[in-house]
Design a protein around this ligand. Structure first.
Ligand SMILES: Cc1cc2nc3c(=O)[nH]c(=O)nc-3n(C[C@H](O)[C@H](O)[C@H](O)COP(=O)(O)OP(=O)(O)OC[C@H]3O[C@@H](n4cnc5c(N)ncnc54)[C@H](O)[C@@H]3O)c2cc1C
Length: 385
């Protein structure tokens, strides 16, 4: 009976829509239902941290409306519909008091922002930006404002710092680490990005955290653990993301850091698959576009009956800080080796080499950033077969 049921995909982010695009290249007819908690509008999430630089608001960043996507892809999209459970034994998705039978189920429901338990009465001015609806709310809240405090100096915090400076805003960045993007960049490259962002006018407060956010005379008063007080119009929280695993776990599907899948993107439950920010693929959680695109191509084939393993190639990450163009291809965690750094001011070329001299990762900034493609050809792929 479930064979006649549609393929159901939860999520209309880049993972969900990329998967359907790939699937429709192979199969025009099988019914597909997409379920999403949001408005289903198609957009490119990486562009959210380029709005001011590219002079685009939330409307400008919209690529296609939900109806257009549904028509173009031949799918039924159920918007503002939140999945509340999965009945894996009966092949049913639970949507509050309704149920939706699936033949195959794909979880593409992304990652949640980490929210810090801050004190204060100004928390309604703290914005996390993880989708287009968040971005719309953020831009509206920023109207008439000039000063933004960013919590977090990871990739997203640094990108927003650059973008907001390009938009003419005052920017203070607060983070507990001693360098920006500590989990991504070797120190020399991190210093270069921080230096250029500082030259652009961003102010960094590293080695401390935000303690509380209170209402101010206009906007908010942000108190740091080091005693500093900053006045701002609003706060952007960019302190990290966590794959959404709770509903999967509650339905008995194996989870680790993400929803555990093998290279065929199969979860521990029959006919249930996962890809994108929510998935832990063969032990790796990679919250980037290239891995989800590779996954979408492989899973599309599997869903048409040709079981296919995803193959991750070399996956460089471009950091969208135009004041200091940066690309990085981190070595696999725990790899034996060391960084070799060539530096001329903010132009850094750092190569991670094994004891045998093989290049296993790189980070390039400034004028060396143009070498990213050539270097990506030297670094071995994540998956060899
Ligand atoms: C500001 C920013 C900049 C970035 N820049 C880059 C970059 O330059 N390069 C790069 O490679 N990556 C970048 N990333 C990461 C990249 O954008 C993500 O890896 C990717 O967009 C994740 O897509 P996804 O479809 O897996 O998840 P999402 O886009 O989060 O989609 C999740 C979907 O699931 C739905 N959903 C969630 N829970 C439920 C539920 N219970 N019921 C129903 N629906 C649900 C949501 O409504 C949504 O439709 C950036 C991310 C951000 C935030």
């Amino acid at each position: 009976m479930t064979d006649q049921a549609p393929i159901v995909i939860v999520g209309t982010g880049l993972s969900g829509y990329s998967l359907v695009r790939e699937f429709r290249k192979l199969d025009k007819d099988t019914p597909i239902v997409m379920v999403t908690a949001d408005d289903g509008v198609s957009y490119s999430k990486p562009m959210l941290s380029t709005g001011f630089t590219k002079d685009k608001d939330a409307e400008g960043l919209t690529q296609a409306g939900t109806d257009a996507m549904a028509e173009q892809l031949g799918v039924d999209v159920r918007t503002y519909t939140t999945v509340t459970g999965i009945d894996v034994n009966n092949h049913e998705l639970v949507l509050g008091d309704q149920r939706l039978v699936y033949s195959k189920l794909v979880l593409a429901w992304g990652a949640d922002v980490i929210r810090l338990g801050l004190a204060g009465d100004g928390l309604d001015r703290v914005h996390s930006i993880n989708d287009l609806m968040d971005y719309r709310a953020f831009r509206k809240a920023l109207e008439g404002g000039k000063r933004v405090v960013i919590m977090g100096a990871g990739l997203i915090g640094c990108e927003f710092a650059n973008d907001l400076r390009n938009g003419g805003y005052e920017v203070d960045v607060i983070a507990p680490d001693s360098a920006v993007m500590p989990s991504l960049l070797p120190e020399a490259a991190a210093r270069a990005v921080q230096h250029e962002l500082t030259e652009l006018g961003a102010r960094f407060h590293l080695g401390t955290v935000v303690d509380r956010v209170d209402q101010g005379t206009s906007g908010v008063r942000v108190t740091l653990a080091n005693g500093e007080i900053l006045e701002a119009d609003l706060v952007v929280s960019a302190v990290g993301l966590r794959p959404r695993t709770e509903l999967a776990k509650a339905s008995g599907i194996a989870v680790g850091k993400g929803i555990v899948v093998n290279r065929a993107l199969e979860t521990s439950a029959a006919d249930v698959y996962a890809l994108g920010d929510c998935a832990e693929v063969d032990g790796q959680v990679l919250l980037y576009v290239l891995p989800l695109m590779a996954s979408a191509r492989a899973l599309a084939k599997t869903l048409t009956g040709e079981r296919t393993n995803v193959r991750y190639g070399t996956m460089p990450i471009m950091v969208k800080t135009p004041c200091c163009p940066t690309a990085v291809c981190p070595p696999p965690p725990g790899t034996d080796g060391s960084w070799q750094v060539e530096q001329d001011g903010s132009d850094v070329k750092a190569l991670f080499t094994s004891p045998a001299g093989d290049v296993l990762g790189f980070a390039v900034t400034g004028r060396f950033a143009v070498e990213k493609q050539a270097l990506a050809k030297v670094v071995p792929p994540i998956h060899h077969d």
